[in-house]
Write a protein that binds this ligand. Structure first.
Ligand code: SAM
Length: 308
């Protein structure tokens, strides 16, 4: 009897090990190699593809938008709380379509725009001149991981990333650099795509694999929302909100532009809809650099309590 129990136990354990090994191999097969983009590869990507983007997207290179894209830009102004007379940094400005719109709508707004692509820099300059916005929008070529080397510390009211943050290969560094250049009370705004999550393990593997294909096609590293929130809070930012962009369903553009782009230029084209799972969610995050160092305030609070 004891022998039978022993044999059954061994067989069960052997079966379990085989099953675990099989599961791991299947998962490994699905997972694609990790993205290897750098600011340099992102720059070359946009040098080669900006004309294609302009042909399909127009001067606003964002997938999540409303049918009337100006409505979406006006929504963005409200969302990031852009006010008259502010100084903003547009980190990953494209061809300055958004920056030129913001500068036209918000009085006396000053924007320092930065792109890592020479082609986009030239096109931005032409647009700024054409719209006579030289006093309000200034563009340069540069890497937003180094905002704190390029701009004066504590000089900006807003640092914003419109579908540009996900190109970063070191998101903590970007967040630190943004923190340094923000005035106390200034805010970082990030609107981007984030990896979707599923409670189903197979679905999650598919999501990860499809996201990796997008990363490879667009020189992207789709962000993990948890990691970004954690990096913001560790740096000392206080989160104002995290939410999907608040767009009415009948005004939403439904991402057909990005599909058209993929099909037309064969970049990141979806080859098969079998087992396709939409791999991302769009979110916007607004977070403030505190006016005061919160930990010091709390320290005083405890000191006061002790004195009583
Ligand atoms: C999808 S486009 C969005 C452009 C623009 N925000 C818009 O809404 O039209 C991404 C932008 O991020 C910029 N970008 C990506 N990585 C960058 C980096 N390391 N430094 C500066 N800009 C970067 C690209 O040059 C490109 O302009």
């Amino acid at each position: 009897m004891l022998t039978i129990v022993l044999v059954l136990t061994i067989l069960f354990q052997f079966g379990l090990v085989c099953w675990l090994l099989f599961k791991k191999t299947t998962a490994d097969n699905i997972t694609q190699p990790k993205a290897t983009n750098t600011p340099q590869t992102v720059g070359s990507f946009y040098n080669q593809t900006t004309d294609n983007f302009l042909a399909v997207y127009g001067e606003i290179i964002q997938a999540f938008r409303t049918n009337n894209v100006e409505d979406y830009l006006n929504y963005t102004i409200q969302s990031m709380q852009l006010k008259d007379g502010m100084k903003a940094i547009d980190a990953g400005c494209g061809v300055c379509g958004p920056a030129c719109h913001f500068a036209t709508v918000v009085n006396d707004l000053k924007i320092d725009a930065i792109t890592v692509s020479e082609v986009q820099f030239e096109k931005s300059r032409a647009k700024i001149d054409e719209r006579n916005l030289q006093n309000q929008v200034h563009v340069r070529i540069g890497d937003y991981h180094k905002l704190n080397e390029i701009f004066k510390k504590e000089s900006a009211d807003r640092v914003y990333f419109l579908e540009s943050f996900g190109h970063s290969n070191d998101k903590r560094k970007v967040i630190k650099a943004a923190y340094d250049v923000l005035k106390p009370g200034g805010k970082i705004y990030i609107k981007d795509l984030f990896l979707r999550e599923s409670e189903n393990e197979w679905e999650q593997q598919r999501i990860n694999a499809i996201a990796e294909q997008i990363n490879a096609a667009y020189e992207y590293q789709i962000a993990d929302l948890h990691e970004v929130v954690s990096a913001l809070r560790q740096k000392g930012f206080l989160i104002d909100f995290i939410r999907p962009p608040q767009v009415e369903r009948d005004k939403f553009e439904h991402l057909t532009i990005s599909n058209d782009f993929q099909n037309l230029f064969n970049i990141g084209k979806i080859e098969s809809w079998d087992d396709y799972i939409f791999p991302i969610d769009f979110y916007e995050i607004l977070a403030a650099k505190p006016e005061h160092i919160t930990s010091e305030d709390m320290h005083l609070y405890f000191m006061n309590r002790k004195e009583k």
